[in-house]
Design a protein around this ligand. Structure first.
Ligand SMILES: Nc1ncnc2c1ncn2[C@@H]1O[C@H](COP(=O)(O)OP(=O)(O)O)[C@@H](O)[C@H]1O
Ligand SMILES: [Mg+2]
Length: 173
């Protein structure tokens, strides 16, 4: 599963709200990143996280997307420059029906189920999810999933290319 392709589809489905709020999306996802995931589950997870970001941050704020390789796994981050989530709420954030501000969440059409679904789906896929404060403010939601081997076409390219020799030649000249 390509993380970048999935995110592109999700962003497309949110583009009206993104435009209306003039949100800035910085997509630093690497095109080659592949994860072992159920396609619909991954799309749902990324939709819930991005939908939250779009709903809960003020006009003109930022959303940053990036992925990092861990040992055999991939960490996907959805960070925003919004109000963040106070520490006392962080423990219960992924519980069903938990909302920081129930009145406001309801106004935004929320049920408090989004993050519980994110957690269930990630755990079902063998991964995990969490939230940290962003710097200097905002929320950083992360999820981890098993890395998937690159596609066969990529493997072929790797076989024919000889990047190491290229480097060696450059270094010695
Ligand atoms: N990116 C975010 N910035 C600020 N608050 C957030 C963010 N994402 C989630 N929250 C808070 O966490 C609560 C739970 O999120 P979620 O489970 O998706 O429920 P909801 O249906 O309210 O969106 C939200 O009500 C909101 O208060
Ligand atoms: Mg939500």
């Amino acid at each position: 599963m390509s993380v970048q392709d999935t995110v592109k589809r999700v962003l497309l489905s949110l583009q009206d709200s993104i435009r209306a709020k003039r949100l800035q999306v910085a997509d630093h996802l690497r095109s080659e990143t592949q994860v072992r995931a159920d396609p619909q589950a991954l799309e749902q997870v990324l939709f819930n996280l991005l939908d939250n970001a779009v709903k809960h941050i003020p006009p003109g704020a930022w959303i940053f997307l990036r992925d990092k390789s861990l040992d055999g796994a991939v960490r996907i981050e959805v960070e925003d420059s919004g109000p963040g989530i106070a520490e006392e709420h962080r423990q219960r954030l992924f519980e069903r029906f938990y909302r920081v501000d129930p009145g406001r969440s309801r106004e935004l059409g929320g049920t408090g189920l989004g993050l519980a679904i994110v957690k269930d789906l990630c755990v079902a896929m063998g991964g995990d999810v969490g939230m940290e404060p962003a710097y200097p403010k905002g929320s950083l939601f992360w999820l981890t999933l098993d890395a998937a081997p690159t596609r066969p076409s990529d493997d072929k390219q790797e076989e024919t290319a000889t990047p190491r020799q290229d480097h060696a030649e450059k270094a010695s000249s």
